[in-house]
Design a protein around this ligand. Structure first.
Ligand SMILES: Nc1ncnc2c1ncn2[C@@H]1O[C@H](COP(=O)(O)OP(=O)(O)OP(=O)(O)O)[C@@H](O)[C@H]1O
Ligand SMILES: [Mg+2]
Length: 282
């Protein structure tokens, strides 16, 4: 218990050091965190073996535009995004990354699922992926998962994360949503208990990366209450759907709450990519 407390305090102190500054990505840290490369031969940490395994329906995932399960040509665009995200995270010592967008349908949940499978192929990297859209549970649907409980129950301490999580291999775990919809998502997300539960999960699992698939910024106050819990946010926008003023407002709102990691232009129709859904990253 004391060890957990100490680890939580360390995690909090690390997060407090990376306070939001401006819309521009922060300057690279002088000492990027050590890569787990050096310890890649050590067996996976016990915690990562405990959650039940995720069952994966590859055909469904492919239908839902998740192309990164196996790597190769199909996964190249999202693997590139994964690598850019990891580089920025390491440079700035950011671990907790929210995926946000100004309005619905920009591709946040699809991108989160693709990033997750890309991250899982990096065996030396430990990642936790959360569906924090407690209203629509888009990531959970894309993954075709049926669960009895939601992350809301974890955040309210009604159930433990370990039994709720679904692990992919032994270096990645999902926190997804099932069961009855949460009645008060925005209150849950801004509750200090959510901060404590996330700190406990961080202390127990010691992940390198935590991704949070969020609801759209303008649809509710869910993000506004929660974003102080993350180190940065990646803003997804949709080509030919998101206006410049929506991007501008979203960037300003996010920058008030956390660091802006970047803006991803998704759903580009005109591209040379094999699937015609390349994105641009600034
Ligand atoms: N790069 C892409 N090209 C074309 N269609 C895409 C792309 N990414 C996602 N989509 C499609 O856009 C729709 C919305 O995607 P998704 O659910 O991932 O968006 P979202 O931002 O999570 O939406 P919400 O705000 O409602 O949670 C889905 O039908 C998805 O298949
Ligand atoms: Mg979504």
């Amino acid at each position: 218990m004391e060890r957990l407390q100490a680890a939580m305090e360390k995690a909090r102190a690390q997060r407090d050091q990376t306070s939001p500054t401006s819309a521009a990505p922060a300057a690279p840290a002088e000492h990027p965190p050590e890569s787990k490369q050096a310890t890649s031969t050590t067996p996976p940490k016990e915690e990562w073996q405990l959650p039940p395994a995720l069952s994966v329906d590859r055909k469904l995932l492919h239908r839902n535009r998740v192309t990164t399960v196996e790597g190769g040509l199909d996964s190249a665009p999202f693997d590139l995004l994964r690598t850019r995200v990891l580089q920025q995270a390491r440079q700035n010592e950011w671990k907790r990354i929210a995926i946000v967008s100004p309005h619905a349908g920009c591709g946040k949940s699809t991108a989160t699922a693709n990033l997750a499978f890309g991250l899982s192929r990096q065996s030396n990297l430990y990642s936790l992926i959360f569906d924090f859209d407690l209203r629509r549970a888009g990531l959970t649907k894309i993954m075709g998962q049926r669960l009895n409980d939601s992350m809301a129950a974890v955040l309210e301490r009604k159930i433990g994360f370990q039994s709720h999580a679904r692990r992919l291999g032994t270096n990645l775990a999902f926190g997804l949503n099932g069961g009855p919809k949460a009645k008060n998502p925005s209150e849950i997300l801004q509750n200090s208990m959510t901060t404590e539960v996330l700190d406990e999960i961080s202390a127990q699992y010691e992940p390198d990366i935590m991704l949070f698939d969020m609801p759209p910024l303008m649809a509710s106050d869910d993000n506004f209450g929660f974003l102080q819990n993350v180190d940065c946010a990646l803003i997804m926008v949709a080509a030919e759907q998101t206006s410049m003023s929506q991007i501008d407002v979203a960037e300003r709102h996010v920058a008030e709450l956390t660091n802006v990691m970047g803006i991803v232009l998704n759903k580009c129709r005109y591209s040379s990519g094999a699937h015609g859904h390349e994105y641009d990253y600034y």
